[in-house]
Design a protein around this ligand. Structure first.
Ligand code: NAD
Length: 322
């Protein structure tokens, strides 16, 4: 019999790609999402597959969630539901706590009652980075800065998972993502610069580079293509490592370089407006991915330019559909 996987946040940007992967791997896939930031459009192509089941449910809804665990008895839980914004977590720490930690604990209480084999958790390599100097990269062992409620709840979530994995006897992998980009990502201001640049180019608006005086090409970020993130989830489902693993390109790219690569991939030429820094923006962010490579056998297949080329093809098809 096919194994069942319950994907929380499965109608979101990353979650919807992950649902698609599980279906193609032959899993019965139960997608749970309250659509607060995800959308049914993201999973429309999956709805015809009889192995796909979508439930518009809030992970905090005890009764409905229990009903799903009772009905499907998933062997795998892949937890992607979250509020994903650092600034929003600073403005609404209670919401962040309820969703990102309360929601996870709700899922873990069901895992206690309805045992599973494996849990995957999407954490954040950027938010849990230490302050990087020069060419340093962020490792899983570094002590994170924890300077936002989002960072705190993701980090606390990782500790709860480690603790309960022993107690409730399941395997796990915590995947700490860098900045993920790819099709279905929305330019909501919290998703990194690529969808924002693309929206500006489409609407004829000038993009802005907010940076520090000593970083004239902008702060650096680590961009990883969504298909590579999906592959990390596939590998970690097959071989859970019972540890935290960074998933990123391992390459620090300055924002201005990202903008120039976007222009190149989309055959555009628009100047960018350079202004002072956004308060609180970290200067450098890049992940060390040695563990992912050595222990998961994960190697990113897409460079930034290749990912952008894929994104260009996706945008073109979306326009043709319209
Ligand atoms: P997203 O907002 O597209 O996905 C989150 C999904 O969770 C959405 O579909 C949303 O509707 C759903 N959701 C939120 N609260 C819920 C609740 N209470 N009950 C049920 N569903 C709920 O964001 P994303 O970029 O796809 O992020 C997915 C996960 O990856 C998040 O946990 C995020 O913190 C993590 N992450 C993302 C990035 C990135 O670059 N996108 C980087 C690091 C970590």
């Amino acid at each position: 019999m096919k194994k069942s996987v319950l994907v929380t946040g499965g109608a979101g940007f990353i979650g919807s790609h992950i649902c698609k992967m599980y279906l193609s791997e032959g899993y019965q896939t139960i997608c749970v999402d309250n659509l607060v930031s995800g959308s049914e459009a993201n999973i429309v192509e999956l709805r015809n597959d009889p192995a796909f089941h979508f439930y518009r449910v809030d992970i905090g809804d005890v009764e409905e969630m229990e009903e799903l665990f009772k009905q499907f008895r998933p062997q795998i839980v892949n937890h992607h539901a979250a509020q994903k914004s650092v600034p929003y977590s600073l403005e609404n720490p209670m919401y962040d706590l309820d969703t990102n930690l309360g929601g996870l604990l709700q899922v873990l209480s069901l895992v206690q009652k309805y045992p599973i084999e494996t849990l995957l958790f999407s954490s954040s390599g950027g938010a849990l980075s230490k302050k990087l100097e020069g060419i340093e990269k962020s490792t899983e062992e570094d002590v994170p800065q924890l300077i936002s409620p989002y960072a705190l709840t993701k980090f606390a979530g990782e500790q709860y998972i480690k603790m309960y994995s022993e107690e409730y006897n399941f395997n796990f992998t915590v995947l700490r993502y860098a900045n993920v980009f790819g099709p279905k990502q929305v330019p909501d201001g919290e998703s990194g610069v690529i969808p924002i640049f693309l929206k500006n180019l489409e609407e004829g608006n000038v993009s802005t580079l907010m940076t520090y005086q000593d970083m004239p090409r902008g702060c650096t970020r680590d961009y990883v293509y969504v298909e590579d993130v999906v592959e990390a989830n596939r590998l970690a489902t097959n071989t859970p490592l019972n540890k935290v693993v960074n998933i990123g390109s391992g390459t620090a790219t300055a924002i201005l370089d990202i903008y120039e690569q976007v222009l190149k991939a989309f055959s555009k030429s628009e100047p960018i407006h350079i202004v002072g820094p956004r308060p609180g923006d970290i200067k450098r962010s890049v992940l060390d991915t040695t563990i992912a490579k050595k222990e998961l056998g994960w190697i990113p297949k897409f460079t930034l330019q290749q990912g952008l080329s894929e994104l260009y093809i996706y945008y073109k098809t979306q326009h043709i559909k319209k």
